[in-house]
Write a protein that binds this ligand. Structure first.
Ligand SMILES: [Zn+2]
Ligand SMILES: [Zn+2]
Length: 244
């Protein structure tokens, strides 16, 4: 499967950038992981709304779902013009309920994520594990033809992520906290060393740091991660993609 980074900033984007959005492409379709600010524009380079097998929101903070409304407008148009024969398949945690409630509409089938949910989208098997954030959030594991991708969502250091990421081919792991950065209070997030500790303990083959702070020293973050985790550490850019 191919993983295209559509957006990787935490909280809010830098000029021309986008917050969380990762497009997973298999031979059978596309899965969108998170749909943050600027992601719809980036998605247009890769796929149309009718080509999405499903959209998974790790949680309903706006930096992970700001562009859901415009994606739904695209779905509405595609349905009306018979380009799309099905509703947008959207998966999200049901808390906070007031935000979860905004996801519903005539263009969308919404399914609540919990730790027992197992999905098959674009020929891939998908499972979830709860992680430790300021609201309900799930890490996502995608398995396709024996290859495994794990995405952390937003989380503090937690063993449930180590377990989910065990032996994964690639871990997209949040690293939001950086020395000298005033981007976040740090609550419900990790620094690069903690992300790397997860990668090392889980024995993943490749680590990509995501959900990065706009004012962070990213090269220093990568260096720090490399001092903890023995495998390759990547910082994404706007056109990064990885094949696993
Ligand atoms: Zn976030
Ligand atoms: Zn969050």
């Amino acid at each position: 499967m191919k993983v295209s980074i559509l957006g990787y900033w935490g909280g809010y984007p830098l000029a021309g950038g986008a917050t969380s959005g990762y497009l997973v492409t298999t031979e059978e379709g596309h899965i969108l992981l998170d749909c943050g600010s600027g992601v719809m524009s980036r998605l247009s380079h890769h796929a149309t709304v009718e080509q999405l097998s499903g959209v998974i929101l790790s949680h309903v903070h706006y930096d992970h779902m700001a562009d859901i409304g415009v994606l739904q407008y695209a779905a509405l148009g595609a349905i009306r013009n018979n380009r799309m024969q099905h509703k947008l398949q959207l998966f999200a945690p049901e808390q906070p309920a007031d935000i979860f409630g905004t996801l519903f509409g005539p263009h969308t089938d919404v399914t609540q994520i919990d730790s027992t949910l197992k999905l098959r989208l674009a020929g891939a098997d998908i499972e979830f594990a709860p992680v430790e954030h300021t609201i309900t959030c799930f890490a996502v594991k995608i398995t396709y033809k024996g290859k495994v991708l794990v995405y952390s969502g937003d989380t503090a250091y937690c063993e449930s992520l180590v377990k989910l990421a065990k032996d994964a081919d690639m871990l997209l792991c949040e690293a939001t906290v950086c020395e000298g950065s005033t981007h976040t209070t740090g609550q419900g997030h990790m620094n690069a060393a903690e992300a790397a500790t997860i990668a090392e303990k889980a024995g993943v083959k490749k680590l990509v740091l995501v959900h990065l702070p706009c004012d962070g020293n990213l090269l220093h973050m990568r260096q720090t991660a490399s001092s903890v985790y023995r495998g390759p550490v990547f910082l994404p850019d706007a056109i990064s993609s990885y094949t696993i």
